[in-house]
Design a binder for this molecule. Sequence first.
Ligand code: PLP
Length: 410
Amino acid sequence: MSKLSLTTAKIHQDFPMYSSEHRGHFVYLDSASSSQTPRPVLDAVNAYYETYRANVHRGMYQASETATKEYEAVRRMVADFIFAKEDEIIFTRGTTESLNIVANGFVERLEAGDEIVLTVMEHHANLVPWQQVAKKTGCILRFIPLRTDYTIDIDAARRLIGPKTKILAVTLASNVLGTIVPAAELAKLAHAHSAVVVVDAAQAIGHIPVDVRKLDCDFLAFSGHKMYGPTGTGVLYGKKSMLQTLDPLLFGGDMIREVSFENATWNDVPWKFEAGTPNIGGVIGLGAAVRYVQKIGVQGIAAHEAQLTAYALQKLTEIPSVTIIGPNVTKERIGVVSFDVAGMHPHDLATILDADGVCVRGGHHCAMPLLRSLGHMNGTTRLSLSIINDEKDIEALAAGILKAKKIFRI
Ligand SMILES: Cc1ncc(COP(=O)(O)O)c(C=O)c1O
């Protein structure tokens, strides 16, 4: 294959997981589940715990002021990263919590007969909260189907999105198929009917450029741990006018302005949505992750992962009885590739691959309705790429599949 955009040998020096203990045995192809952590992120988290650990927004002493300054600086960094404004960024525990905040905020505003439009390939995090909203309000869920090439059926979307649509909630990139969803185009259709647009960017962030202005979404959610940040960190972006009228999900300290025995008023946006002591060290680590991704450059990352995706598709397609479940093209897709090996359960394959240090995910990938509707009752095996991967990882995976086929006599 042609020379990769990024030099992985250099990148591996940033990741302690590639220390001598693991070198040569660690083929990590599960970044869509959670990425590995580079040294600058670990250093930033440690610096907080070792040198200025204190709570934010309340202490009147140096350590607390430093913690507050560093925590709030990340808000600016994240805002710049997705082309938002600082007060449009809320820190959460991850995509799941971000989407739950939005869904919960609409319970009081929707009525029986209103429609919420999703795609059939939503992660449970962008499906189950809306199911709950539908149960509580009598709203109807509608699903945009896929074409046979696993891309969004935009004609069907045009027919589905209409005057009854109140919410359009779609993933920007599928964690199962790798398909990139034309979210900006769908947002235009939804906004023509004054619907609110929610985008789940969990699999897109840090892999392809994400620009909330271009998407023109009202809300956007992502997780820090899928873009080299610490676990338990995430972001909810919301247009300020939306956040001002949205009810918070959690109540308590820090999110209030005035409290009496009977009543309370809310703090300004975004703090209205950050009740209690936040994950301060995690957020500071998230800031370091944003800086790390920006230093490498999202365009370069996207190019690197696209080259490797093309190579993975080629190598997998060469193996008899392997079928790609997703677009078998390199355009409009991310480096998440699901596949099926005829006659082999994804869990068996993942276990055999693990014996050679190859980490992939097998199963339903938190998108059970999608896989069942596609007829993959046991799910699929999924590889997912990031900046740490190179062609040797794909070759190790292909060799592992051939070995598993021999064991199963397929
Ligand atoms: C598309 C998508 N949405 C949402 C989530 C949920 O993310 P988290 O578990 O970090 O909340 C995931 C996680 O895999 C995902 O892939």
